[in-house]
Design a protein around this ligand. Structure first.
Ligand code: KDG
Length: 320
């Protein structure tokens, strides 16, 4: 059986060895990344069984992504290969402060050719939960339909669904992004936007206002990421604010939201679902904040993510 299925594009990631303008970066390290596979790695390290679904070229970079994720214990057996289109690549540019810039080389990739016709009932068989993001619907002509079809099929088979809007402004227009992301919220159980994304979607409100608004759209839990301020979660029964986990030195913020999602879901999906909402939110948000914080301390989207024993040690007061 599988705890979590996730669907989305992963790319080869090239990171300059040094800070500074990408145009003058002569040396790179090579990794892989993608919001959904970052979540998959986080969940797998925390002890959950994860299946990752995507489309890759029949190229060496596709092989690299598969072997990396398989090496993390993730089931990649249902990922498709497509000989007609390539695996995508992206680059980071480190400035030495703030969020790194990202440059995508992904238009026309194998994953961007995902359509609703590809969505298979077997992707969800024996699984408990589906995690999707707002990146996939931004990728191609049919990818939004594919995400919608996957969310519906998952629900039909009794899975719960989480949705991180992961707004990537470089990938689509504001109007289409807003309309599409809003239309997917009623299909999810757990909606996990950042504060800026919430504002992008529905305009400026209080945190409580966002919670109430997204619950009214159909989510059963809303998790608002507040960055350095921590996070706050809402269900119809409860609200809980979790203090941020302080970090000594931020190296790379890319992937922190995915680590947060993995931390939240690893708790939310596995602890007593009959428990009190406030207590469930407290446990899940504290783990999520820790995971997000740890992800920022290492270069790369997921390399710094901890295993479960380390998370438990740190949350019970252990030192970093
Ligand atoms: O959340 C991290 C992602 O942004 C990164 O891995 C690349 O998937 C990616 C994307 O589309 O931005």
């Amino acid at each position: 059986s599988v705890d979590v299925v996730t669907i989305g594009e992963s790319m080869v990631l090239l990171q300059p060895m040094n800070e500074g303008p990408l145009a003058y970066a002569p040396l790179f390290t090579r990794s892989i990344a993608g919001a959904e596979s970052n979540v998959a790695i986080g969940l797998s390290r925390l002890g959950l069984k994860v299946r990752w679904i995507s489309r890759l070229g029949t190229d060496p970079f596709g092989d690299l992504i598969l072997s990396t994720l398989a090496g993390e214990g993730i089931d990649v057996g249902l990922a498709e290969r497509d000989g007609a289109f390539p695996t995508a690549v992206y680059f980071k540019e480190f400035k030495g402060y703030g969020d790194p810039n990202v440059y995508y080389y992904r238009r026309g990739s194998a994953a961007s050719k995902l359509t609703a016709d590809h969505v298979q009932a077997e992707w969800f068989e024996g699984a408990g939960h589906l995690h999707v993001t707002g990146i996939t619907p931004a990728l191609g002509d049919g990818t939004a339909d594919a995400v919608r079809a996957a969310m519906k099929e998952a629900r039909k088979q009794g899975l719960t669904v989480s949705f991180d809007p992961n707004l990537r402004r470089k990938l689509w227009s504001e109007e289409l992004a807003r309309e599409t992301l809003l239309s997917l919220i009623p299909l999810c159980d757990v909606f996990m936007p950042g504060l800026e994304e919430a504002e992008f979607l529905v305009g400026e409100m209080t945190e409580e206002g966002y919670g109430a608004h997204f619950l009214a759209l159909g989510a059963k839990a809303v998790v608002l990421k507040l960055g350095e301020e921590g996070s706050i979660g809402f269900t119809p029964m409860a609200a809980y604010r979790a203090n941020p986990r302080k970090v000594k030195h931020v190296v790379d913020t890319v992937g922190a939201g995915d680590a947060f999602a993995a931390g939240f879901l690893s708790s939310w999906l596995t602890r007593d679902p009959e428990g009190e909402d406030a207590e469930r939110l407290q446990h899940a948000l504290n783990r999520a904040n820790l995971m997000g914080a740890l992800a920022t301390q290492y270069k790369g989207d997921w390399e710094g993510l901890p295993k479960l024993a380390e998370v438990e040690r740190l949350l019970s007061g252990g030192r970093e």
